[in-house]
Design a protein around this ligand. Structure first.
Ligand SMILES: *[C@@H]1O[C@H](CO)[C@@H](O)[C@H](O)[C@H]1NC(C)=O
Ligand SMILES: *[C@@H]1O[C@H](CO)[C@@H](O)[C@H](O)[C@H]1NC(C)=O
Ligand SMILES: *[C@@H]1O[C@H](CO)[C@@H](O)[C@H](O)[C@H]1NC(C)=O
Ligand SMILES: *[C@@H]1O[C@H](CO)[C@@H](O)[C@H](O)[C@H]1NC(C)=O
Length: 423
């Protein structure tokens, strides 16, 4: 059970971190965003949205498999690992598929920025993902990996070491990456984790190779690590290299950033409303949530759990609950029953908000809108979808469509997620 050892290390480090010398400041890492679920003409990209849903379902299925391997059990409320999600159901929707601007498909749904690995450091452009816990980048020996910036070559790093075992991640039929495991120095915005476990993948499916980033840096907890090791931020905390055991995201059209080692007061106003994690299964999961439409709490939905996941583009909830949300939206219609997608009149978008017992955090009409249902329609597809992701009953997954509305802080010292008003 490597994760148990990891927790001991972290706990000790938290104590020592208060007394030992620290890096002086948190550091901002600029992020780049490309948005793909809406086509260049403003229409909804159906295929990209379904593909994203399949990828997210499989990502969280992988997390469950990792959790079971690391802890010997399944999280409470999950009775079985769901079967892998597949793309088959697209076939029944060829009429919708045809109106998809396919040229946009490889544009991506991630928030990516630079990190460095090794001595001397090599720069990699990675997706920062609060919904997974491993770091992987391409290996120099990987011929199929495109590599936006760098490729890792153990022979060229004086601080690298090869470890035993292999890393594997699979998202859908044929989509995934795998490779051997190493440790080396990893630096994210000036915060260093020495002997950080990661994989330099030697095999990468074309879908991932072409997505414009080098790899992924997972920012969730050790329990869901495929490597069964501490993720970057846990290591940095254990080594006392972060000023505060907090990182925070501003996700916006302009000026997005990940701030490591604290929060960046330049980007938010007022206090941060923190909520303790409701579960310690490896996710940034907080409970006691409710949904609101046009100033009223949606009835008939018990307070629910939410996983805050920067690696998910939209928002997903249990199909029956999401149906209740849209039932409260005047003029809403089912757009695609299988995918739990709904539309609403573009000229009178609903005010949808979530709360966790404190403020109501509104989703702007821009962030709710995934695009029009066609080139000349007045119906817009909503970024809240009803899809069963096998995460357990009553668990919602709030991705970028939510995070773009707030400043989001992830506190390891408090085991809490906080929201503040964006400046
Ligand atoms: C990442 O680093 C490269 C140089 O290696 C630079 O051109 C690029 O702008 C950086 N990207 C971001 C988002 O900081
Ligand atoms: C890791 O993968 C390599 C290459 O596929 C294989 O030779 C090796 O046996 C694997 N190791 C483990 C521990 O699975
Ligand atoms: C992004 O920032 C630039 C320069 O500050 C501004 O001209 C542009 O309108 C902004 N774009 C958005 C979508 O806010
Ligand atoms: C949150 O957790 C802290 C311990 O980390 C505890 O002191 C505090 O009372 C908790 N807050 C709530 C609202 O449960």
């Amino acid at each position: 059970m490597p994760y148990k050892t990891s927790f001991v290390t972290v706990a000790l480090a938290l104590v020592s971190a208060t007394s030992s010398a620290q890096a002086d400041i948190g550091t901002a890492i600029p992020l780049r965003k490309r948005n793909s679920l809406t086509g260049p003409d403003g229409t909804f990209n159906y295929v990209a949205t379904i593909e994203h849903g399949v990828k997210i379902a499989n990502k969280h299925r992988n997390n469950l498999l990792n959790f079971r391997r690391n802890t010997g059990r399944l999280p409470e409320g999950v009775s079985a690992i769901p079967p892998p999600a597949v793309l088959d159901h697209i076939k029944g929707h060829s009429h919708k598929r045809q109106k998809v601007p396919l040229t946009d498909l490889n544009d991506d749904e991630e928030w990516a920025g630079n990190i460095s690995i090794g001595t001397p450091p090599v720069t990699f452009f990675v997706d920062f993902d609060t919904g997974s816990s491993d770091l992987w980048v391409p290996a120099s020996s990987c011929t199929g990996c495109r590599g936006a910036r760098g490729k890792y070559n153990i022979a060229k790093s004086s601080t690298g070491a090869k470890m035993s075992g292999n890393f594997t991640i699979t998202y859908a039929d044929g989509s995934g990456a795998s490779g051997p495991v190493f440790t080396d120095n990893v630096v994210v915005g000036g915060v260093k984790a020495a002997t950080q476990y990661f994989s330099a993948v030697t095999d990468e499916s074309s879908e991932l190779a072409e997505d414009g980033t080098d790899g992924i840096l997972g920012l969730a907890y050790p329990q869901i690590s495929n490597l069964g090791q501490n993720p970057f931020f846990t290591t940095a905390i254990a080594q006392g290299t972060t000023k505060q055991d907090v990182f925070a995201f501003k996700l916006a059209r302009n000026g997005s950033e990940l701030y490591v080692g604290g929060t960046n007061a330049a980007h938010y106003s007022g206090a941060i409303e923190y909520h303790n994690l409701s579960s310690h299964i490896g996710y940034w999961q907080i409970g006691g949530a409710s949904a609101h439409v046009n100033g009223k709490t949606v009835g008939g939905i018990a307070t629910f759990q939410t996983i805050i996941d920067s690696g998910t583009t939209i928002m997903y909830g249990p199909p029956a609950d999401v149906k209740k949300v849209y039932a409260a939206v005047p003029g809403s219609k089912v757009y695609d029953e299988d995918q739990g997608l709904y539309s609403y009149p573009c000229n009178s978008p609903p005010a949808i908000a979530f709360s966790w017992g404190g403020k109501w955090w509104d989703i702007t009409s821009d962030n709710l809108n995934l695009g029009t249902t066609g080139s000349n329609t007045e119906e817009c597809v909503g970024s809240l979808a009803g899809l069963d992701l096998g995460l357990g009953s009553g668990i919602w997954l709030l991705g970028d469509s939510f995070m773009k509305n707030v400043y989001t802080a992830f506190s390891v010292s408090q085991n809490a997620v906080g929201f503040a008003k964006l400046k």
